[in-house]
Design a protein around this ligand. Structure first.
Ligand code: MG
Ligand code: MG
Length: 274
């Protein structure tokens, strides 16, 4: 894992721009996701959209990843490769997207519902998303990485869910994966102290069943060991004036889906006009 690089306020503004390109891309995709569409089609739409916004796809070619989006349906946790299989009613699809602009990366993810999904899977998505905000809430001066990991883990394990151990969040900046590693599990009061100017990609990966995972022979796709569903939500957050400030937003997604949510308000200086 690369070094921790603290950002100036000017750099954080550039990172907000990169993050918002990803947010808008996910919002564009939200309107396209329906039974019958393929993940490869969504990938092509995303690539064109990012380039139209004078940015580069952040994942394409990174560690030789072949596409713009990581597309991980159902039991896939992360790093799924887009393909020709149409999405079907009842699927969930984690879409992770990166964009590079002005030398800085944005990187965040949302797990979408395809049509009507099972209530128990809906609950997994809700709990995972809430755990992301529980983690963000701890990103404050004086706290430590273990406080964040504990908050996420405690919220999810209470529901009997498995917290993936092998994959973690990360620092974000001019390199996609900067330090520190940001585990979704941990002990309160342990680990590195948060510092002003840190920018983190916080990304709980939570399984309906066991926390154990396996990898497909494609060398990329991570899936649950028991074949049960997995959810993944990711935000980009800066530590500014001792407090967490969201650089990314799900409001473009919510706009496309007709959802009203105030979940981001505590972590934003000004209301976001979408
Ligand atoms: Mg990501
Ligand atoms: Mg990430």
């Amino acid at each position: 894992m690369a070094a921790i690089v603290l950002k100036t306020k000017e750099e954080i503004e550039l990172m907000r721009e990169s993050a918002l390109i990803v947010s808008k891309t996910l919002g564009m995709l939200a309107a396209e996701i329906k039974p019958g569409i393929t993940t490869l089609k969504l990938d092509k739409l995303a690539e064109a959209f990012i380039r139209d916004h004078k940015a580069e796809p952040g994942f394409l070619g990174l560690y030789d990843f072949p596409n713009t989006l990581c597309m991980s349906p159902n039991a896939q946790v992360v790093h799924g490769i887009p393909n020709d299989t149409p999405l079907k009613e009842g699927d969930i699809i984690s879409i992770d997207c990166g964009a590079l602009k002005n030398g800085f990366y944005g990187d965040h993810a949302y797990t979408f519902e395809v049509g009507e999904i099972l209530p128990e899977v809906k609950k997994l998505l809700e709990v995972t998303k809430v755990s992301l905000y529980k983690g963000i809430e701890t990103f404050r001066a004086g706290n430590r990485l273990g406080d964040m990991g504990y908050a996420i883990q405690n919220h999810c394990e209470k529901e009997g869910y498995g917290v993936v151990r092998e994959l973690v969040g990360h620092g974000l900046g001019q390199i996609m994966h900067e330090g520190p590693e940001v585990p979704n599990y941990g002990k309160r009061g342990k680990g590195k102290k948060f510092q002003e100017g840190m920018v983190l990609a916080i990304e709980p990966m939570i399984n309906e069943g066991t926390h154990r995972i396996k990898q497909l022979k494609d060398g990329w796709t991570i899936l649950t060991a028991d074949g049960k569903a997995s959810a993944h939500f990711e935000h980009n957050v800066a530590l500014v004036d001792g407090k967490p400030e969201l650089l990314s937003t799900f409001q473009y997604i919510y706009g496309a889906l007709g959802i009203k949510s105030e979940e981001e308000l505590p972590y934003r200086k000004e209301p976001l006009l979408v």
